[in-house]
Design a protein around this ligand. Structure first.
Ligand code: SAH
Ligand code: SF4
Ligand code: F3S
Length: 431
C-alpha cells in the first residue's frame, strides 16, 4: 500500500537521531511520507531515550497524548522504539496496551515487517548480533552533514549508565561498509561526517582500529570535515591523537567526558581513570593539536558526592578550561550499579551544584569566545536562520553567525567580530 503517513518523535542522543533516519529510510522506500502532527499519521513512532528519568517522562507524556487518537482511529499503529523500549519491554505494554509494537535499538529493521503487516509478536528486544551487518536505507535530514554509525553498543558499564543494558555489547561495522557509505556521501555533496559510537575508540575491524579508520576516511573525495563522538578518556591513545593531528580533515575538537573531578567519585562511577590521568591526556591533546577545543560531560550529585568532592569538579573546570560542557544531575537508572549505592544526594543540593557548575563554565566559555575576536576561522555554512543570518561552525565546533550572503555547504574564511556566551559573530574575511 502506497501513500501512508508517519509521525516520528525522537528523544535522546545523535545515535537515536540517526536510528530515526534509518527508520524513515525504510519507511520511505515503503511509500511513507513524514508528517509533523500525530493526528495526520497512519503510523506513530516514538524513538525513546532512557539515559535519565526526565527523558523517559518526556516520552511518557507524549505517549499519553496519542492515546485518544488511537481510540478515534483504531487503524493507526503506535510503535515505541529505542532505549526506553528496550529497557521497559513488556512493562510498557502493561502501562499502555494501545501500543502496537515495542522495538529495541537492535530491532529497528523490523519496522519493514510491521508496515508489511507480517509481524505477529508485539515485543522485540532480543539482542541482534548481526545489526552491524545490516545495510539500512537512510533518509538524511541534512544535505551537508551526515552521521555514520561505526560501532554499536557499549562494554564499559559506567556504574550510572543504562546504555550497556539498552544497546547491548560492542559490535563494529566493517570498515569496507563504512568507507563505501562515506564515498557515496562525498559524491552526493556531503561535506561533513560525524562518526558515531558510544565509545568510538573501541572500534575494531580485523587490523583496522579507530586511528586507521580515520586515516582511510581522510582520503575520501568531497568530504571536508570529519568529527566523531564519543571518546572514552581511558581509551584515548597517543595513536589517535597523532591521527587527529595528521589527518587534515579531522577537525580540531574532541568531546571527552570527564564526569567528575574527584577520584573517589570516578572510582565509584567505574570510569577506570583518575583525574590526574585525564589531565595528562588533555595536556597531550593540547601539545599535539594546539588549536584543539575540548568539551565534556559532568554529572553532579552522584551518590556519596560530598561538598569537597564537588569542589574537585569545580577545580577541574578551572584547571582544564573546557570550551563547553553538558552537565546533568545524577539520575538513578534501573539495572545500574549506582542506583543501588547508599549516600543519595538531595534534589536541592543537586540543583544547586548544577547551577554552580553551569554558571562557572558559562564564564569560561564566554571569555574563551571573547579571545577569538579578530581571529580568522574556517566556517562551514550549514543553514540560514529566521533573521537571515547564515549559521555555520568552525572546525573547533563553535557556532558562528554571519550576515554576509553565502551559500549553504560552502567553507568560508571568517573573521570573528564578536564572541558571545554561546555563539560567535563573524564576517567574510577578505585576504
Ligand atoms: N557513550 C557516551 C555517552 C553517554 S550518555 C559517553 O560515554 O560519553 C551522555 C552523558 O549522559 C554521559 O556522558 C553522562 O554525563 C550522562 N549520563 C549518563 N547516565 C546518566 C545518569 N544516570 N544520570 C545523569 N547523567 C547521566
Ligand atoms: Fe554509558 Fe560509560 Fe558506555 Fe558511555 S562509556 S555509554 S557513559 S557505560
Ligand atoms: Fe542515546 Fe538515550 Fe539511548 S542517550 S544511547 S538514546 S539511552
Amino acid at each position: 500500500m502506497k501513500g501512508r503517513a508517519v509521525y516520528i518523535k525522537t528523544f535522546g542522543c545523535q545515535m537515536n537521531e540517526h536510528d530515526s533516519e534509518r527508520i524513515l529510510g525504510i519507511l520511505s522506500s515503503n511509500g511513507f511520507t513524514e508528517v509533523e502532527e500525530p493526528k495526520k499519521a497512519d503510523l506513530i513512532i516514538f524513538n525513546t531515550c532512557a539515559i535519565r528519568e526526565k527523558a523517559e517522562h518526556k516520552f511518557l507524556s507524549n505517549l499519553g497524548r496519542v492515546k485518544n487518537l488511537k481510540k478515534r482511529k483504531s487503524n493507526i499503529k503506535i510503535v515505541v522504539a529505542g532505549c526506553s523500549a528496550q529497557l521497559q519491554g513488556e512493562k510498557l505494554l502493561n502501562k499502555a496496551p494501545y501500543i502496537d509494537y515495542v522495538l529495541g535499538p537492535d530491532n529497528i529493521h523490523l519496522i519493514e515487517k510491521i508496515v508489511e503487516q507480517d509481524l505477529s509478536n508485539k515485543i522485540h528486544i532480543e539482542e541482534n548480533p548481526l545489526i552491524a551487518k545490516i545495510k539500512f536505507p537512510i533518509l538524511r535530514k541534512d544535505p551537508i552533514k551526515a552521521w555514520i554509525n561505526i560501532i554499536y553498543g557499549c562494554n564499559n558499564f559506567c556504574s550510572y549508565c543504562v546504555v550497556p543494558y539498552t544497546r547491548g555489547r560492542e559490535r563494529s561495522r566493517s570498515s569496507k561498509d563504512i568507507i563505501e557509505e562515506i564515498k557515496l556521501l562525498g559524491e552526493n555533496g556531503y561535506k561533513e561526517v560525524t562518526l558515531l559510537g558510544q565509545n568510538v575508540n573501541s572500534y575494531k575491524d580485523d587490523d583496522i582500529d579507530f586511528p586507521r579508520l580515520l586515516e582511510a576516511i581522510d582520503k575520501i573525495n568531497g568530504i571536508e570535515r570529519i568529527r566523531f563522538v564519543t571518546s572514552h578518556p581511558k581509551d584515548l591513545s597517543i595513536n589517535l591523537i597523532k591521527a587527529m593531528r595528521d589527518c587534515s580533515k579531522v577537525c580540531e575538537h574532541i568531546h571527552l567526558p570527564l564526569q567528575a573531578g574527584s577520584n573517589k567519585i570516578l572510582k565509584l562511577m567505574n570510569r577506570k581513570y583518575s583525574y590526574e590521568e585525564y589531565r595528562e591526556k588533555i595536556e597531550l591533546l593540547r601539545e599535539y593539536i594546539p588549536k584543539i577545543s575540548i568539551t565534556s560531560d559532568i554529572i553532579v550529585g552522584f551518590p556519596q558526592e560530598t561538598d569537597e568532592d564537588f569542589q574537585k569538579t569545580m577545580q577541574a573546570l578551572e584547571e582544564i578550561q573546557f570550551d563547553g560542557i553538558f552537565a546533568f544531575k545524577f539520575s538513578p537508572r534501573p539495572l545500574t550499579a549506582a542506583s543501588r549505592l547508599s549516600g543519595t544526594v538531595s534534589e536541592s543540593v543537586k540543583s544547586d551544584r548544577l547551577s554552580e557548575v553551569l554558571r562557572f563554565q558559562d564564564s569560561i566559555t564566554e571569555s574563551k569566545n571573547k579571545k577569538l575576536e579578530g581571529q580568522v576561522e574556517e566556517v562551514l555554512v550549514e543553514e540560514k536562520d529566521e533573521e537571515d543570518f547564515y549559521i555555520g561552525r568552525t572546525r573547533t565546533n563553535k557556532i558562528v553567525k554571519i550576515k554576509d550572503r553565502l551559500n549553504i555547504g560552502e567553507i568560508v574564511k571568517t573573521q570573528i567580530i564578536k564572541g558571545n556566551r554561546h555563539t560567535l559573530e563573524g564576517k567574510i574575511f577578505a585576504s
